[in-house]
Design a protein around this ligand. Structure first.
Ligand code: 5GP
Length: 120
């Protein structure tokens, strides 16, 4: 699999500060911000700061420090948003996963009872 990162994607622009965001948490390797079109009371996107286009790209090529920083950001988002009753972490990937933004992101959805994982 060849991963070709497009640095003009909207999350790259957010990382460069070209587009504003509502930041929930940030560390050296990850940024977490509110989704612009929330689908649940809690809908936060966690993204790595490095140029990875998808979950599998990040999983293959990110360093141990990047993996660690990303997961610590997930933990902080869960703590800050208070999703103690549960949540869903989703990483839509490429065509079959219907990924709209080609910069790896994990949706953290919670704050209400969510539907079943797949509807069709
Ligand atoms: P995907 O379909 O790639 O899994 O999810 C992309 C998400 O990015 C969508 O939930 C969409 O609402 C969100 N999104 C798209 N553009 C922006 C933006 O400019 N700012 C923020 N905060 N979220 C965005």
């Amino acid at each position: 699999m060849e991963y070709v990162y497009d640095d003009q994607n909207i999350f790259a622009k957010i990382l460069r500060g070209e587009i504003p965001n509502r930041t929930v948490f940030e560390n050296d390797h990850a940024l977490a911000f509110e989704d612009i079109a929330p689908q649940a009371p809690v809908h936060v996107l966690v993204i790595p700061k490095g140029p990875y286009m998808s979950l599998d790209h990040f999983a293959r090529d990110a360093s141990a420090d990047e993996h660690h920083g990303f997961m610590k950001a997930v933990a902080e988002v869960c703590r800050i948003t208070g999703v103690d009753e549960g949540f869903r972490g989703i990483s839509n990937t490429r065509v079959h996963g219907i990924q709209d933004v080609p910069h790896y992101h994990m949706h953290i959805l919670g704050g209400r009872q969510l539907g079943r994982m797949l509807s069709d």
